[in-house]
Design a protein around this ligand. Sequence first.
Ligand SMILES: [Zn+2]
Length: 63
Amino acid sequence: MKCPVCKKTIICTEGKKLKLRSRIVIFDNGKATAKCISCKSDVEIPIRFNRSYELANNSFLSR
Ligand SMILES: [Zn+2]
């Protein structure tokens, strides 16, 4: 998956592994956005945050 602005690779695959080449990922309402490391654009990525995990571990996350 590449950045639509500068064509820099955002997600690449290594065999069975998926590598996210971004330092910042923002999860908003089930939508994930990664910041392109090259041009700093916000790129929507097909990744879901496991919200049931968040709820089950609420005390862990709010620490
Ligand atoms: Zn970019």
